[in-house]
Design a protein around this ligand. Structure first.
Ligand code: CO
Length: 162
């Protein structure tokens, strides 16, 4: 089911989310619907508050890089590289705004998957970038508070919306 994407200034976007306590059918459905919604919106990631649910769950959709979409439940960054890099970002909840944001280049993330297992994994490149943007959403932080420099939307930046 395609869900409605919430945009600024809706207050849900700046609230900290609640942890997911139980992985049940409603969570499977939510994850499925969020992947579908993200695909339809040409996004590369989507966090639950963006579709109106204040829970700690996000999905990453980097199918254009050959990566199957995946779900992160109660994710936490447990390690960050000292090295930070600048990259352009956009957000499905903040239409028309793009800008350069500096974030750690590599991260280690701990999260629960849909089968309830907790895993840690390393990420870099665009994967690390999207995960950090989405975890910010789960903490009520929008990328606009981190923009160093606004950029003009280019036709291909559509794919950078998170
Ligand atoms: Co976003």
């Amino acid at each position: 089911m395609n869900l409605k994407i919430i945009t600024v200034p809706d207050p849900i976007l700046t609230q900290k989310t609640d942890a997911v306590k139980k992985i049940d059918r409603s969570i499977f459905k939510l994850a499925d619907d969020m992947i579908e919604t993200c695909r339809k919106a040409n996004g590369i990631g989507l966090a639950a508050p963006q579709i109106g649910k204040s829970v700690r769950l996000c999905i990453i959709n980097l199918e254009h890089l050959g990566l199957a979409p995946f779900v992160l439940i109660n994710p936490k960054i447990i390690k960050k590289s000292w090295k930070k890099i600048e990259m352009e970002e956009g957000c499905l909840s903040i239409p028309g705004i793009f800008g350069i944001v500096k974030r750690p280049e590599k991260i280690t993330v701990k999260a629960i998957n849909l089968t309830g297992e907790e895993n840690s994994f390393d990420a870099d490149g665009l994967v690390a970038r999207v995960i950090q943007h989405e975890i910010d959403h789960l903490d009520g932080i929008l990328f606009t508070s981190k923009i160093l420099k606004r950029t003009d939307p280019k036709p291909d930046t559509k794919e950078l919306r998170e």
